[in-house]
Design a protein around this ligand. Structure first.
Ligand code: MN3
Length: 210
């Protein structure tokens, strides 16, 4: 089964004004679609073509060298964006606010106050030079922050991605994620994004990762 592009879990305009509809349409319909198409092209006819994209990503080191970079970028892009769409929700309809329960406890254990966690996450997003992602991961039962370049994902492992753990929240800091509305002001995009973070969904991933 080839990878497929799932529809957005909400209308493209649902995250307005924080993320504009045109950005969502282009980001999902063109960028994410291209990752899906190119991953399928690279994997076509190999034994990895029938695996889930997450499985493929975990086995990156075993892939033939002639397709490894294409799969790293495009299966990575597919997994990262699928998670990204599901990590957001309209304001007041799942998006924004603060986490609760055991996820909030884990955040406070690692970062003290929730506001300090947000500062540290924003720092990871801001200090990623060029294109990449900021992540909240579960590692040894605790939550940690890291960032990766391009479409790398912590599930690819420390040796490839430069950080490890099970990601439960990711923020796309490629310019295609924010340039139409925010131009070069990445900090404004990161600040606005907190309003649409789907904490109930992140909490579900946290529970599954522990
Ligand atoms: Mn993107």
């Amino acid at each position: 089964m080839a990878f497929t592009l799932a529809p957005l879990p909400y209308p493209a305009s649902a995250l307005e004004p924080h993320i504009d509809a045109q950005t969502m349409e282009i980001h999902h319909g063109r960028h994410h679609k291209a990752y899906v198409d190119n991953a399928n092209k690279a994997l076509d006819g190999t034994k990895w073509a029938d695996m889930s994209p997450v499985e493929v990503m975990r086995q990156l080191a075993d892939l033939p060298e002639n397709i490894r970079t294409a799969v790293r970028n495009n299966a990575g892009g597919h997994v990262n964006h699928t998670m990204f769409w599901e990590s957001m929700a309209p304001v007041g309809n799942g998006g924004g606010g603060e986490p609760s329960g055991s996820l909030m406890e884990a955040i406070k254990r690692s970062f003290g106050e929730f506001s300090h966690f947000k500062d540290e996450f924003a720092k990871a997003a801001m200090s990623r030079f060029g294109s990449g992602w900021a992540w909240l991961c579960v590692k040894d039962g605790n939550v940690t922050i890291c960032s990766t370049a391009n479409q790398d994902n912590p599930l690819m492992g420390q040796a490839i991605a430069g950080c490890g753990g099970i990601p439960i929240l990711g923020l796309d800091v490629w310019e295609h994620a924010y340039y139409l509305k925010y131009q070069n002001k990445r900090a404004d995009y990161v600040g606005a994004w907190w309003n649409v973070v789907n904490w109930p969904e992140v909490a579900k991933r946290f529970a599954a990762a522990k």
